[in-house]
Design a protein around this ligand. Structure first.
Ligand code: MN
Length: 208
């Protein structure tokens, strides 16, 4: 059994139109995400083989491959659930209260998150994350699929800023893609992730 499998989407590829085209969703899920699943499983198998043979000469590259591909798998799995055809608008519930508490207002949060996404250099992600050490929401930039992050935080809302996420629809204008994406944010999913993060992660790394 492979360690990782490509999850099905809970909506059709075309369900996020007109904000994200069905063609992009199909390529993004069935090609890009699938390649990360395959890559992560390959890295796991090659590390098993390296241990079995005692030949660990390629271990640095294998660890890099595992981090990159497993990161891609994790990020995209959360990304699909973070979006919904019947979503967008302002948050509600616990996530709305937490955003106001930690960013001042939803408008201030939205402005920072938009700037963070637009500013990602090269390939990467903008992420609203729960920091289980500070017990607060933070916005972070993730380089590629796995860089520039500290341990201790989990994604609540992710925005894929790789060109493959928008180039077919928006060409080089990432700002238009981000503006469209706000109409798809699934705040119900964010609320569920925040509740799990608070109850299951706080105190895990640095006990209170
Ligand atoms: Mn992607």
């Amino acid at each position: 059994m492979p360690a990782y499998t490509l999850p099905d989407l809970t909506y059709d590829y075309s369900a996020l139109e007109p904000y994200i085209s069905g063609r992009i969703m199909e390529l993004h899920h069935s090609k890009h995400h699938n390649a990360y699943v395959t890559g992560a499983n390959t890295a796991i198998e090659q590390l098993e083989e390296a241990r079995a043979t005692g030949n660990l000469s390629a271990v640095n590259q294998l660890e890099k491959n595992l981090a990159f591909n497993l990161g891609g798998h994790i990020n995209h799995t959360a990304l699909w659930a973070n979006m919904s055809p019947d979503a967008g608008g302002e948050p509600h519930g616990e996530i709305a209260d937490a955003i106001t508490e930690h960013f001042g207002s939803f408008a201030a949060f939205k402005a920072q998150f938009t700037a963070v996404g637009a500013g990602v250099q090269g390939s990467g992600w903008a992420i609203l994350a729960w920091d289980s050490v500070g017990e607060r929401l933070v916005i972070v930039q993730l380089y590629d699929h796995q860089g520039n992050l500290t341990l201790g935080m989990v994604p609540i809302v992710l925005l894929d800023c790789w060109e493959h996420a928008y180039y077919l629809d928006k060409l080089n204008v990432r700002a238009d893609y981000i503006a469209a994406w706000w109409n798809l944010v699934n705040w119900e999913d964010a609320n569920e992730r925040l509740a799990r993060a608070k109850t299951q992660l706080n105190g895990l790394i640095i006990p209170a």
